[in-house]
Write a protein that binds this ligand. Structure first.
Ligand code: AMP
Ligand code: GLY
Length: 435
Protein backbone atom coordinates (compact mmCIF):
# COMPACT_ATOMS: atom_id res chain seq x y z
CA UNK A 1 0.00 0.00 0.00
CA UNK A 2 1.15 3.52 -0.85
CA UNK A 3 0.17 5.99 1.85
CA UNK A 4 0.56 9.77 2.06
CA UNK A 5 0.39 11.59 5.40
CA UNK A 6 -0.40 15.29 4.94
CA UNK A 7 1.17 17.60 7.52
CA UNK A 8 4.52 18.14 9.19
CA UNK A 9 4.04 18.33 12.95
CA UNK A 10 4.39 15.99 15.90
CA UNK A 11 0.99 14.48 15.12
CA UNK A 12 2.06 13.54 11.61
CA UNK A 13 5.38 12.12 12.83
CA UNK A 14 3.36 9.96 15.23
CA UNK A 15 1.04 8.84 12.41
CA UNK A 16 4.05 7.83 10.29
CA UNK A 17 5.56 6.02 13.28
CA UNK A 18 2.34 4.05 13.89
CA UNK A 19 1.90 3.21 10.20
CA UNK A 20 5.47 1.83 10.10
CA UNK A 21 5.02 -0.07 13.36
CA UNK A 22 1.85 -1.70 12.05
CA UNK A 23 3.35 -2.47 8.64
CA UNK A 24 6.24 -4.27 10.34
CA UNK A 25 3.80 -6.84 11.72
CA UNK A 26 1.71 -7.17 8.57
CA UNK A 27 2.29 -8.98 5.30
CA UNK A 28 1.52 -5.84 3.27
CA UNK A 29 4.35 -3.68 2.01
CA UNK A 30 4.09 -0.02 3.00
CA UNK A 31 5.45 2.80 0.88
CA UNK A 32 5.05 5.93 2.93
CA UNK A 33 5.18 9.61 1.97
CA UNK A 34 4.78 12.72 4.10
CA UNK A 35 3.94 16.20 2.81
CA UNK A 36 5.80 18.17 3.95
CA UNK A 37 6.86 15.88 6.83
CA UNK A 38 9.76 16.93 9.06
CA UNK A 39 13.27 15.70 9.96
CA UNK A 40 11.66 13.05 12.17
CA UNK A 41 9.63 11.50 9.35
CA UNK A 42 12.63 11.14 7.00
CA UNK A 43 13.58 7.80 8.54
CA UNK A 44 10.03 6.48 8.12
CA UNK A 45 8.77 8.08 4.90
CA UNK A 46 9.79 9.99 1.81
CA UNK A 47 9.21 13.65 2.52
CA UNK A 48 7.63 15.58 -0.33
CA UNK A 49 8.38 19.31 -0.27
CA UNK A 50 4.74 20.35 -0.45
CA UNK A 51 3.05 22.46 2.21
CA UNK A 52 -0.10 20.94 3.76
CA UNK A 53 -2.16 23.81 2.34
CA UNK A 54 -1.00 23.53 -1.32
CA UNK A 55 -4.06 21.60 -2.49
CA UNK A 56 -3.28 21.49 -6.21
CA UNK A 57 0.25 20.25 -5.60
CA UNK A 58 -0.97 17.61 -3.15
CA UNK A 59 -3.56 16.42 -5.62
CA UNK A 60 -0.90 16.16 -8.33
CA UNK A 61 1.46 14.30 -5.97
CA UNK A 62 -1.26 11.75 -5.17
CA UNK A 63 -1.52 11.07 -8.90
CA UNK A 64 2.23 11.05 -9.58
CA UNK A 65 3.03 8.72 -6.70
CA UNK A 66 -0.11 6.66 -7.23
CA UNK A 67 -1.15 6.98 -3.60
CA UNK A 68 -3.71 4.44 -2.37
CA UNK A 69 -4.62 6.25 0.83
CA UNK A 70 -4.14 9.85 1.99
CA UNK A 71 -4.37 10.60 5.71
CA UNK A 72 -4.92 14.30 6.34
CA UNK A 73 -3.43 15.58 9.62
CA UNK A 74 -4.16 19.32 9.98
CA UNK A 75 -7.44 21.21 9.87
CA UNK A 76 -6.59 23.76 7.16
CA UNK A 77 -6.52 21.35 4.18
CA UNK A 78 -9.67 19.62 5.48
CA UNK A 79 -11.52 22.93 5.72
CA UNK A 80 -10.28 23.84 2.24
CA UNK A 81 -11.72 20.63 0.77
CA UNK A 82 -8.68 18.41 0.15
CA UNK A 83 -10.64 15.28 1.07
CA UNK A 84 -13.43 16.23 -1.33
CA UNK A 85 -10.98 16.85 -4.17
CA UNK A 86 -9.09 13.59 -3.70
CA UNK A 87 -12.36 11.63 -3.53
CA UNK A 88 -13.45 13.36 -6.74
CA UNK A 89 -10.22 12.05 -8.25
CA UNK A 90 -11.23 8.54 -7.17
CA UNK A 91 -8.66 8.32 -4.36
CA UNK A 92 -9.19 6.91 -0.87
CA UNK A 93 -8.87 9.46 1.93
CA UNK A 94 -9.00 9.37 5.71
CA UNK A 95 -10.57 12.70 6.67
CA UNK A 96 -13.94 14.46 6.42
CA UNK A 97 -15.34 16.57 3.59
CA UNK A 98 -15.12 20.35 3.95
CA UNK A 99 -18.85 20.41 4.74
CA UNK A 100 -18.48 17.91 7.59
CA UNK A 101 -15.23 19.55 8.79
CA UNK A 102 -17.26 22.68 9.53
CA UNK A 103 -17.72 21.10 12.97
CA UNK A 104 -14.22 22.52 13.52
CA UNK A 105 -13.91 25.31 10.97
CA UNK A 106 -17.11 27.06 12.08
CA UNK A 107 -17.83 27.08 15.79
CA UNK A 108 -21.16 28.73 14.96
CA UNK A 109 -22.06 25.72 12.79
CA UNK A 110 -20.93 23.30 15.51
CA UNK A 111 -23.19 25.05 18.03
CA UNK A 112 -26.10 24.86 15.62
CA UNK A 113 -25.55 21.12 15.10
CA UNK A 114 -25.32 20.58 18.86
CA UNK A 115 -28.48 22.59 19.46
CA UNK A 116 -30.42 20.55 16.93
CA UNK A 117 -29.00 17.27 18.18
CA UNK A 118 -29.59 18.14 21.85
CA UNK A 119 -25.91 17.77 22.75
CA UNK A 120 -24.78 19.38 26.03
CA UNK A 121 -22.57 22.44 25.48
CA UNK A 122 -21.99 25.82 27.11
CA UNK A 123 -24.74 28.40 26.55
CA UNK A 124 -23.60 30.88 23.92
CA UNK A 125 -24.64 33.36 21.25
CA UNK A 126 -23.10 34.16 17.87
CA UNK A 127 -22.38 37.66 16.60
CA UNK A 128 -21.10 39.40 13.49
CA UNK A 129 -21.74 42.91 14.84
CA UNK A 130 -20.26 44.61 17.85
CA UNK A 131 -23.28 46.33 19.44
CA UNK A 132 -25.36 43.20 20.06
CA UNK A 133 -22.23 41.37 21.22
CA UNK A 134 -21.52 44.11 23.79
CA UNK A 135 -25.17 44.06 24.92
CA UNK A 136 -24.98 40.30 25.43
CA UNK A 137 -21.72 40.60 27.37
CA UNK A 138 -23.25 43.28 29.61
CA UNK A 139 -26.25 41.06 30.37
CA UNK A 140 -24.26 37.92 31.27
CA UNK A 141 -22.25 36.87 34.31
CA UNK A 142 -18.44 36.82 34.27
CA UNK A 143 -16.22 35.03 33.54
CA UNK A 144 -17.07 34.72 29.85
CA UNK A 145 -15.31 33.02 26.95
CA UNK A 146 -15.02 34.86 23.64
CA UNK A 147 -14.29 32.63 20.66
CA UNK A 148 -13.57 33.29 17.01
CA UNK A 149 -15.91 31.12 14.96
CA UNK A 150 -13.29 30.35 12.29
CA UNK A 151 -9.93 28.55 12.38
CA UNK A 152 -7.41 30.50 14.45
CA UNK A 153 -4.62 27.96 15.11
CA UNK A 154 -5.36 27.68 18.82
CA UNK A 155 -5.55 31.44 19.40
CA UNK A 156 -9.28 31.75 18.89
CA UNK A 157 -10.64 31.18 22.41
CA UNK A 158 -10.06 33.71 25.17
CA UNK A 159 -11.24 33.09 28.71
CA UNK A 160 -12.12 36.55 30.09
CA UNK A 161 -12.30 37.14 33.85
CA UNK A 162 -14.31 40.33 33.48
CA UNK A 163 -16.99 41.75 31.17
CA UNK A 164 -14.62 44.60 30.28
CA UNK A 165 -12.01 42.14 29.08
CA UNK A 166 -14.66 40.21 27.11
CA UNK A 167 -15.79 43.46 25.49
CA UNK A 168 -12.19 44.33 24.55
CA UNK A 169 -11.60 40.90 23.03
CA UNK A 170 -14.88 41.04 21.08
CA UNK A 171 -13.98 44.50 19.79
CA UNK A 172 -10.54 43.33 18.66
CA UNK A 173 -11.80 40.13 16.99
CA UNK A 174 -14.65 41.80 15.13
CA UNK A 175 -12.15 44.53 14.20
CA UNK A 176 -10.05 41.92 12.42
CA UNK A 177 -7.31 40.98 14.93
CA UNK A 178 -7.62 37.33 13.81
CA UNK A 179 -8.50 38.11 10.20
CA UNK A 180 -11.60 36.48 8.75
CA UNK A 181 -11.62 33.83 11.53
CA UNK A 182 -12.88 36.36 14.09
CA UNK A 183 -15.34 38.28 11.93
CA UNK A 184 -17.95 35.98 13.43
CA UNK A 185 -17.62 35.23 17.13
CA UNK A 186 -19.26 33.42 19.99
CA UNK A 187 -19.68 34.65 23.52
CA UNK A 188 -19.93 31.65 25.78
CA UNK A 189 -20.62 30.78 29.37
CA UNK A 190 -17.51 29.74 31.34
CA UNK A 191 -17.52 26.11 32.47
CA UNK A 192 -15.48 25.03 35.45
CA UNK A 193 -14.49 21.36 35.42
CA UNK A 194 -11.83 18.97 34.19
CA UNK A 195 -11.06 18.85 30.47
CA UNK A 196 -10.95 15.64 28.48
CA UNK A 197 -10.09 14.95 24.84
CA UNK A 198 -12.13 12.09 23.42
CA UNK A 199 -11.56 11.00 19.82
CA UNK A 200 -13.81 8.70 17.85
CA UNK A 201 -13.15 6.86 14.59
CA UNK A 202 -16.18 6.88 12.35
CA UNK A 203 -17.35 6.02 8.87
CA UNK A 204 -20.24 8.45 9.30
CA UNK A 205 -22.52 5.82 10.73
CA UNK A 206 -20.65 3.74 13.27
CA UNK A 207 -18.18 5.08 15.81
CA UNK A 208 -15.44 3.59 17.97
CA UNK A 209 -13.91 5.74 20.71
CA UNK A 210 -10.21 5.86 21.51
CA UNK A 211 -8.99 6.00 25.11
CA UNK A 212 -9.53 9.45 26.60
CA UNK A 213 -6.53 11.77 26.78
CA UNK A 214 -5.90 14.98 28.63
CA UNK A 215 -4.18 17.95 27.00
CA UNK A 216 -2.36 20.75 28.85
CA UNK A 217 -3.38 23.94 27.07
CA UNK A 218 -1.69 26.50 29.28
CA UNK A 219 1.92 27.43 28.74
CA UNK A 220 2.99 27.34 32.37
CA UNK A 221 3.23 24.74 35.10
CA UNK A 222 0.17 24.51 37.33
CA UNK A 223 -1.99 25.41 34.30
CA UNK A 224 -1.01 29.07 34.28
CA UNK A 225 -0.22 31.53 31.50
CA UNK A 226 -1.65 31.82 28.00
CA UNK A 227 -3.43 29.08 26.05
CA UNK A 228 -1.25 27.25 23.53
CA UNK A 229 -1.73 24.49 20.97
CA UNK A 230 -0.95 22.07 23.83
CA UNK A 231 2.15 21.66 26.05
CA UNK A 232 1.71 17.99 26.83
CA UNK A 233 -0.80 15.17 27.08
CA UNK A 234 -1.31 11.79 28.64
CA UNK A 235 -3.52 8.75 28.48
CA UNK A 236 -5.34 6.88 29.86
CA UNK A 237 -7.19 9.28 32.16
CA UNK A 238 -8.54 8.03 35.49
CA UNK A 239 -11.81 9.96 35.39
CA UNK A 240 -12.69 8.50 31.99
CA UNK A 241 -14.52 5.43 33.24
CA UNK A 242 -16.18 3.08 30.76
CA UNK A 243 -19.45 4.51 32.01
CA UNK A 244 -18.44 8.10 31.24
CA UNK A 245 -17.13 7.12 27.80
CA UNK A 246 -20.37 5.26 27.06
CA UNK A 247 -22.26 8.41 27.97
CA UNK A 248 -20.01 10.58 25.78
CA UNK A 249 -20.63 8.19 22.95
CA UNK A 250 -24.42 8.15 23.30
CA UNK A 251 -24.92 11.82 24.27
CA UNK A 252 -22.29 13.47 22.06
CA UNK A 253 -20.85 11.37 19.22
CA UNK A 254 -23.93 9.48 18.06
CA UNK A 255 -26.35 12.44 17.94
CA UNK A 256 -23.79 14.77 16.31
CA UNK A 257 -22.85 12.23 13.64
CA UNK A 258 -26.54 11.57 12.94
CA UNK A 259 -27.23 15.29 12.59
CA UNK A 260 -24.24 15.88 10.28
CA UNK A 261 -25.23 12.87 8.14
CA UNK A 262 -28.81 14.18 7.95
CA UNK A 263 -27.42 17.35 6.40
CA UNK A 264 -26.12 15.34 3.47
CA UNK A 265 -22.37 14.87 4.05
CA UNK A 266 -21.70 12.09 6.57
CA UNK A 267 -18.60 12.64 8.69
CA UNK A 268 -15.79 10.19 7.89
CA UNK A 269 -12.50 10.13 9.73
CA UNK A 270 -11.65 10.97 13.29
CA UNK A 271 -13.83 13.34 15.28
CA UNK A 272 -12.27 14.95 18.33
CA UNK A 273 -14.51 16.23 21.10
CA UNK A 274 -12.95 18.67 23.53
CA UNK A 275 -15.07 18.21 26.65
CA UNK A 276 -15.45 19.77 30.05
CA UNK A 277 -16.42 17.17 32.63
CA UNK A 278 -18.49 19.09 35.16
CA UNK A 279 -18.24 18.39 38.91
CA UNK A 280 -21.47 16.33 38.74
CA UNK A 281 -19.92 14.14 36.01
CA UNK A 282 -21.84 15.62 33.08
CA UNK A 283 -19.79 16.01 29.89
CA UNK A 284 -20.21 19.31 28.05
CA UNK A 285 -18.68 20.03 24.63
CA UNK A 286 -16.18 22.90 24.37
CA UNK A 287 -15.27 22.29 20.76
CA UNK A 288 -14.95 19.75 17.99
CA UNK A 289 -11.87 19.14 15.88
CA UNK A 290 -12.14 17.39 12.53
CA UNK A 291 -8.78 15.63 12.95
CA UNK A 292 -6.44 13.97 15.39
CA UNK A 293 -5.33 16.16 18.29
CA UNK A 294 -1.79 17.44 18.61
CA UNK A 295 -0.24 16.44 21.06
CA UNK A 296 -2.93 13.84 21.98
CA UNK A 297 -1.94 11.68 18.99
CA UNK A 298 1.60 11.44 20.34
CA UNK A 299 0.24 9.55 23.36
CA UNK A 300 -2.74 7.74 21.84
CA UNK A 301 -0.92 5.97 19.03
CA UNK A 302 1.95 4.62 21.18
CA UNK A 303 -0.52 3.55 23.91
CA UNK A 304 -2.85 1.67 21.57
CA UNK A 305 -2.09 -1.88 20.50
CA UNK A 306 -0.44 -2.60 17.15
CA UNK A 307 -2.77 -2.68 14.18
CA UNK A 308 -4.58 0.56 15.04
CA UNK A 309 -3.76 2.19 11.70
CA UNK A 310 -5.65 -0.57 9.87
CA UNK A 311 -8.82 1.17 11.05
CA UNK A 312 -7.70 4.34 9.25
CA UNK A 313 -7.03 2.45 6.05
CA UNK A 314 -10.32 0.55 6.26
CA UNK A 315 -12.36 3.70 6.90
CA UNK A 316 -10.57 5.51 4.08
CA UNK A 317 -11.12 2.58 1.71
CA UNK A 318 -14.80 2.26 2.65
CA UNK A 319 -14.41 -1.30 3.99
CA UNK A 320 -14.44 -0.78 7.74
CA UNK A 321 -16.02 -3.26 10.04
CA UNK A 322 -15.71 -1.90 13.57
CA UNK A 323 -14.56 -4.42 16.15
CA UNK A 324 -17.57 -6.54 17.06
CA UNK A 325 -19.43 -5.46 20.21
CA UNK A 326 -16.55 -3.13 21.00
CA UNK A 327 -17.33 0.53 21.29
CA UNK A 328 -13.96 1.45 22.79
CA UNK A 329 -10.37 0.72 21.91
CA UNK A 330 -8.32 0.21 25.02
CA UNK A 331 -4.82 1.43 25.74
CA UNK A 332 -2.35 -1.37 26.41
CA UNK A 333 0.08 0.91 28.24
CA UNK A 334 0.24 4.45 29.58
CA UNK A 335 1.85 7.29 27.63
CA UNK A 336 2.81 10.84 28.58
CA UNK A 337 4.15 13.40 26.14
CA UNK A 338 6.04 16.55 27.09
CA UNK A 339 6.18 19.32 24.50
CA UNK A 340 9.44 21.24 24.14
CA UNK A 341 8.64 24.65 22.68
CA UNK A 342 10.83 27.48 21.48
CA UNK A 343 11.49 30.54 23.63
CA UNK A 344 8.72 33.08 23.01
CA UNK A 345 6.04 30.47 22.18
CA UNK A 346 3.12 30.99 21.56
CA UNK A 347 3.37 34.71 20.77
CA UNK A 348 6.73 35.10 19.12
CA UNK A 349 8.72 31.87 18.97
CA UNK A 350 12.41 31.99 18.26
CA UNK A 351 13.74 30.09 15.21
CA UNK A 352 17.03 28.72 13.98
CA UNK A 353 18.47 27.65 17.33
CA UNK A 354 20.84 24.64 17.20
CA UNK A 355 19.56 21.48 18.89
CA UNK A 356 21.43 18.78 20.75
CA UNK A 357 19.37 15.60 20.40
CA UNK A 358 20.66 12.46 22.14
CA UNK A 359 20.37 9.21 20.17
CA UNK A 360 17.53 6.77 20.61
CA UNK A 361 19.86 4.38 22.41
CA UNK A 362 20.86 7.15 24.81
CA UNK A 363 17.27 8.10 25.56
CA UNK A 364 16.06 4.55 26.15
CA UNK A 365 13.43 2.18 24.82
CA UNK A 366 10.58 3.70 26.78
CA UNK A 367 10.93 7.03 24.95
CA UNK A 368 9.84 8.18 21.49
CA UNK A 369 10.88 11.64 20.34
CA UNK A 370 8.45 13.08 17.82
CA UNK A 371 9.69 16.06 15.84
CA UNK A 372 7.36 19.01 15.36
CA UNK A 373 9.11 22.31 14.57
CA UNK A 374 12.59 21.23 13.50
CA UNK A 375 14.62 21.51 10.30
CA UNK A 376 18.11 20.63 9.11
CA UNK A 377 20.34 23.47 7.98
CA UNK A 378 22.52 23.07 4.86
CA UNK A 379 25.22 21.48 7.01
CA UNK A 380 22.77 18.86 8.31
CA UNK A 381 22.56 20.41 11.76
CA UNK A 382 19.16 20.10 13.46
CA UNK A 383 17.63 23.49 14.35
CA UNK A 384 14.39 24.83 15.79
CA UNK A 385 11.75 25.99 13.32
CA UNK A 386 9.71 27.80 15.97
CA UNK A 387 6.57 26.93 17.91
CA UNK A 388 6.44 23.45 19.35
CA UNK A 389 9.79 21.81 18.56
CA UNK A 390 9.46 18.26 19.93
CA UNK A 391 6.90 16.10 21.60
CA UNK A 392 8.73 13.69 23.89
CA UNK A 393 6.63 10.62 24.66
CA UNK A 394 7.41 8.35 27.57
CA UNK A 395 5.80 4.93 27.97
CA UNK A 396 5.15 2.89 31.05
CA UNK A 397 2.86 0.51 32.87
CA UNK A 398 1.13 3.49 34.47
CA UNK A 399 1.00 7.26 34.05
CA UNK A 400 3.55 8.11 36.78
CA UNK A 401 6.12 5.77 35.18
CA UNK A 402 5.43 7.14 31.69
CA UNK A 403 5.70 10.71 33.02
CA UNK A 404 9.06 9.97 34.61
CA UNK A 405 10.39 8.58 31.31
CA UNK A 406 9.07 11.56 29.36
CA UNK A 407 10.53 14.15 31.73
CA UNK A 408 13.93 12.46 31.97
CA UNK A 409 14.24 12.51 28.17
CA UNK A 410 12.85 16.05 27.89
CA UNK A 411 15.56 17.16 30.30
CA UNK A 412 18.31 15.69 28.11
CA UNK A 413 17.26 17.25 24.80
CA UNK A 414 18.96 20.61 24.66
CA UNK A 415 18.47 23.87 22.81
CA UNK A 416 18.70 27.44 23.97
CA UNK A 417 15.35 28.79 25.14
CA UNK A 418 13.74 25.35 25.65
CA UNK A 419 10.33 26.02 27.17
CA UNK A 420 8.49 23.14 28.78
CA UNK A 421 6.32 21.94 31.63
CA UNK A 422 7.67 19.46 34.12
CA UNK A 423 4.18 18.76 35.45
CA UNK A 424 2.40 17.11 32.51
CA UNK A 425 -0.13 14.58 33.88
CA UNK A 426 -0.07 16.18 37.34
CA UNK A 427 -3.76 15.46 37.88
CA UNK A 428 -3.31 11.76 37.20
CA UNK A 429 -0.18 11.55 39.32
CA UNK A 430 -2.11 13.18 42.16
CA UNK A 431 -4.93 10.67 41.69
CA UNK A 432 -2.43 7.79 41.68
CA UNK A 433 -0.91 9.14 44.91
CA UNK A 434 -4.33 9.40 46.54
CA UNK A 435 -5.37 5.90 45.52
P1 AMP B 1 -11.59 25.77 22.28
O1 AMP B 1 -10.74 26.25 21.14
O2 AMP B 1 -13.00 26.11 22.15
O3 AMP B 1 -11.34 24.34 22.67
O4 AMP B 1 -11.00 26.54 23.54
C1 AMP B 1 -9.64 26.44 23.91
C2 AMP B 1 -9.52 26.27 25.39
O5 AMP B 1 -10.16 27.36 26.07
C3 AMP B 1 -10.22 25.03 25.92
O6 AMP B 1 -9.41 23.89 25.81
C4 AMP B 1 -10.48 25.43 27.36
O7 AMP B 1 -9.31 25.29 28.13
C5 AMP B 1 -10.81 26.89 27.24
N1 AMP B 1 -12.27 27.05 27.08
C6 AMP B 1 -12.98 27.11 25.93
N2 AMP B 1 -14.29 27.26 26.16
C7 AMP B 1 -14.44 27.28 27.49
C8 AMP B 1 -15.58 27.40 28.35
N3 AMP B 1 -16.81 27.56 27.87
N4 AMP B 1 -15.36 27.38 29.68
C9 AMP B 1 -14.11 27.24 30.17
N5 AMP B 1 -13.01 27.14 29.42
C10 AMP B 1 -13.16 27.15 28.09
N1 GLY C 1 -4.50 19.56 21.41
C1 GLY C 1 -5.57 20.34 20.91
C2 GLY C 1 -5.76 20.26 19.48
O1 GLY C 1 -5.23 19.42 18.78
O2 GLY C 1 -6.51 21.07 18.97
Amino acid sequence: MRVLVVGGGGREHALCWALRRDAASSSDDLTLFAAPGNPGTTTLATNLHIPATALDELRAAVRTHDIDLTIIGPEAPLAAGLADQLRDDGRAVFGPTAAAARLESSKAYAKEVMRRAGVPTAASATFVELTPALDYIREHAEPLVVKASGLAAGKGAVVCKTREEAADVARAMLGGSLGEAGKELLVEEFLDGEELSVLGLTDGDRVVLLPAAQDHKRLGEGDTGPNTGGMGAYCPVGIASDQLLARIRSDVFEPVLREVAAQGSPYEGVLYAGLMIMPDGTPSVLEFNARFGDPETQVLLPALPRGFTEHLADIGMGRWSPPARQSLLEAERAAVTTVLAARGYPENPEKGVAINLPTRAELGEDVIVFHAGTYRDPDGRLRTAGGRVFSVTGLGADVPAAAAASRAAAERIQFDGKTWRRDVAWREIQRAGAA
